[in-house]
Design a protein around this ligand. Structure first.
Ligand code: SF4
Length: 543
């Protein structure tokens, strides 16, 4: 195996014996194989679409298949083999769709294809076969391969967001067209560096559409987030802890547990759920337990109820809580019970059979500053900037992770001067969201925008501020201090680059898949810089 798609990759180079995340070589090989199968499926789906033929099953499967290869999602070889079988069936369906469209269009049978990708077949040993499809095979030129990887990881991240949006009934045909076209392009050896740079930027553009769709879906289903205090303690009674990102799954669980004496707690990136009127109306949505994903092995043994993951990030469950852990949707871990569909009876029954949580109220923290809430007080914010009460905004956001060096973000937030406002999103905020930052004339100094996909909200806030001050986003007194971990962060970064956002500080380390030449390109065109120390970076920004 060789994998370096995430920030915690071994020695900052690549995982080759076993993943730092726990991914076994067999699983790595099956994921590489699945990606190859998806490229083949998209080859036909793209050709068919050019002739006016499409198929929703193919579109959906590209999301599902890519999502399964995102870091900390699917560790189950058996499930991945099932996905590969479905991928093969759907690839054949895509081929038939293309051949029919070609015949209908041209009146003759389709000839051999103008592409050097062989038609993919599934052998009896998909693990051994997958070993031939590693990322090293993508392109011989390291810089081209680097940009192709950026594109592929961006597509994986976008697939995750697009699947959440799809669950809420929000899709976009242009986005599906791009998935197929660009997946096919990643296998096209006739394309060069410039082509892939363009495709990577286009990926950022389509991801903006996807994040807007997801935002629309959330708002239509649950209303705009409103500032809300969330308790970090526990209430006496049975409990279920929900980890991941999917609000619809949480809603269904809330409905099915109503009146059953079970409290529902959020974990990690589910924290923003408390701010949605359509979710906070459930009295048994009791609070948030624990912190970011990398602490689950330390925190989950302390949670006596049932636990369910609805998306990344799952880690190997300790024996002390494995038998009360469930997965749902794209997440899987071997030996952990998987819930298929929308019936959570097994989780509910398990929670009812487990000991109660103690009455232990904790600290309250404030969430719910999506763009609607922030722009609702835009006049106050603009006046505060004009009066000099607010000097600068810092967006400190992104993923949290286990590697040392992430204390930078805590230190940075602590050292932000008192006349500055911090905007935050995603699970990186757990590094500082329990600290008391106070307020500036009633405006909280820490505004929690929400999940990673709520980067869309952050963009809306930045654009509105730029309009109010009649300048570009890059001219605002706003600095972005971002932390990345996996592929969803990659695609958000592509969206920011597509929007022309410059001067981003990125850490805790730079991606192993970015070559020096590609990094130079990013520095020259976007002035991206790695983080240094909190003091040095603050000095460089504020002067
Ligand atoms: S996802 Fe990250 S930790 Fe896991 S194998 Fe790949 S690079 Fe290593």
């Amino acid at each position: 195996m060789f994998c370096h798609q995430c920030e915690q990759t071994a020695k900052g180079i690549g995982c080759s014996a076993v993943g730092v995340c726990g991914k076994q070589p067999e699983v790595a090989s099956l994921q590489d194989h699945l990606l190859y199968g998806l490229q083949s499926l998209s080859f036909y789906a793209h050709k068919a679409r050019k002739l006016g033929a499409s198929d929703k099953a193919l579109d959906h499967f590209v999301l599902e298949g890519l999502f399964a290869t995102v870091t900390n999602v699917d560790f189950d070889a058996e499930r991945l083999q099932g996905l590969l079988q479905r991928c093969y069936t759907l690839k054949e369906q895509a081929r038939a769709l293309y051949e029919k469209a070609f015949r209908d269009h041209n009146g003759i049978k389709a000839r051999s294809f103008d592409c050097d990708q062989p038609d993919w077949t599934l052998s009896a040993d998909p693990v051994e076969q997958g070993a031939r499809y590693g990322i090293e095979q993508l392109h011989a030129d390291p810089d081209v391969r680097s940009v192709v990887e950026i594109l592929l990881y961006g597509l994986k991240g976008m697939a995750a967001y697009a699947e959440h949006a799809e669950i809420l009934g929000k899709t976009n045909d242009e986005v599906f067209e791009f998935f197929h076209r660009s997946l096919h392009a990643t296998t096209d050896k006739t394309l060069g560096l410039g082509d892939f740079v363009e495709l990577a930027m286009e990926c950022g553009k389509h991801n903006l559409t996807v994040m807007a769709l997801l935002n629309e879906g959330h708002v239509e289903h649950y209303g705009h987030p409103v500032p809300t205090q969330v308790n970090l303690g526990t209430k006496a009674g049975k409990g279920i802890l929900v980890s991941g990102h999917d609000m619809k799954m949480l809603e269904e669980l809330l409905k099915q547990t109503e009146g059953k004496g079970i409290n529902i707690y959020t974990h990690g990136e589910m924290l923003p759920a408390h701010a949605y009127p359509g979710l906070k109306k459930y009295a048994h949505l009791a609070g948030n337990f624990g912190s970011a994903w990398q602490n689950q092995n330390k925190e989950f043994p302390e949670f006596p109820g049932a636990i369910i993951f609805n998306t990344n990030c799952i880690q190997k469950p300790a024996e002390s809580y494995k038998d009360r852990t469930f997965t749902w949707g794209c997440v899987a871990w071997p030996g952990v019970k998987h819930v298929t569909g929308w019936n959570f009876e097994a989780v509910i029954d398990k929670a009812l059979s487990l000991p109660e949580l103690p009455e232990a109220p904790g600290q309250d923290i404030l969430v719910g500053f999506g763009h609607n809430a922030v722009l609702g007080v835009a006049d106050k914010v603009i006046d505060a900037v004009k009066a000099g009460a607010v000097k600068h905004f810092f967006l400190i956001g992104g993923c949290d992770g286990a590697k040392p060096g992430r204390n930078y973000y805590t230190e940075f937030a602590e050292k932000v001067p008192e006349d500055c406002v911090i905007l935050t999103l995603a699970c990186g905020k757990y590094r500082f969201n329990k600290l008391d930052f106070g307020d500036i004339g009633g405006i909280p100094r820490l505004l929690d925008i929400g999940q990673c996909n709520d980067a869309y909200s952050a963009i809306q806030i930045a654009v509105a501020l730029a309009e109010a001050f009649e300048c570009g986003v890059n001219d605002l007194p706003l600095s972005m201090i971002l932390s990345w971990y996996e592929q969803k962060a990659v695609v958000i970064l592509l969206t920011l680059l597509f929007l022309g956002i410059r001067n981003i500080k990125l850490g805790p380390s730079l991606p192993a898949f970015v070559t020096p030449n590609v990094l130079n390109y990013l520095v020259e065109n976007f002035n991206i810089a790695p983080i240094t120390t909190a003091d040095e970076d603050l000095k460089a920004i504020l002067g």
